[in-house]
Design a protein around this ligand. Sequence first.
Ligand code: FDA
Length: 369
Amino acid sequence: MTYDYLVVGAGLFGSTFAHEAAKKGKRVKVIDKRNHIAGNIYTEKVEGINVHKYGAHIFHTNSKKIWDYVNQFAEFNRYTNSPVANYLGEIYNMPFNMNTFNKLWGVVTPEEAKAKIEEQKKASHIIQPKNLEEQAIALIGIDIYQKLVKGYTEKQWGRKASELPAFIIKRLPVRFTYDNNYFNDRYQGIPIGGYTQIVEKMLASPLIDVELSTDFFENKSYYLNHFPKIIYTGIIDQFFEYQYGLLEYRSLKFETSILNKENFQGNAVVNYTDAETPYTRIIEHKHFEFGTQPKTVITKEYPKAWEKGDEPYYPLNDKKNSDVFSKYRRLAEQTPNVIFGGRLGMYKYYDMHQVIGAALSIAEKELNS
Ligand code: FDA
């Protein structure tokens, strides 16, 4: 069998590309080292509930084009992301809005809330923030920082906020309305029946062959010699044999349990914002689809230092790693028959709509040339 493309990675990027290529009559082989398709958006059924295996995934976009595109592959429900923060048993709405300010200070009007935040910002006497702690206090005052930002951020990064650089937080979204919708985007929802079906349908063409549990690096030179073009969505430094060193990430550990009760926390996402609770959030999967199953499935999410071999979740886009990535990027540009894409190939945090957008624009360039 001869193929026009090898796609390394059956995640959203690789699958979008494969789908577009097959639509143009190209033959595509897709390989993935995991034993399932869909990469990190993979969902699997447990107790009749679609469990987001690699963390909570909420689809949101401002682009009608991307929204229409993804709606070809699934029907979306009306889920609106309204996470709740639990600070030592006190519950606050997120993102920071009038509900949060009312609970914190008893203020009722936007003017009162703005005055309170201004008063706290002034009281901090911070003019030039030297670290993340000072930056956050200068932006939203001490109360929100202490209850809702400090512990969560320190767990997320594994370091004290006073030792983290200020640039990590450029702004902290504050809303002076009683709107708990986390996203500002025009479109959002969860695919009814989970995300895996989206990728399944993308890859359903008879022109696409999928081979799972297949690592590109077990046969790298074979693939390079036998496929005219490769779309590579694995980690970029590994492709170039780590010649400029390792790109670093932050990782996560997920602990999932089935509970013999109908409703554990009343919301899909609850963030634990104190420093002592070791996890940053608990996901109760059934609430993404308004489930009424007799049992429930929850996942505790623990941030974790990344070591080579761990799942690389969040790129550390600091100066050191960005410089290393630029070198790999230059090598990638000199590798004519390989297109690097997706969150790992681009060493970039991408939301799902951005991954689809990036894959569509590469497909358009590649398939129309
Ligand atoms: P992805 O990692 O999904 O796919 C790459 C595939 O390549 C994997 O399947 C991997 O196994 C395979 N691969 C790698 N190396 C290989 C090799 N050597 N050989 C063969 N196969 C190989 N976005 C959003 O819009 N809303 C949200 O709520 C969230 N939530 C969220 C939570 C968490 C915890 C994270 C980390 C991320 C999100 N995201 C998100 C982002 C979302 O997960 C992301 O946009 C997509 O999964 C990226 O798709 P990719 O195809 O780029 O990578």
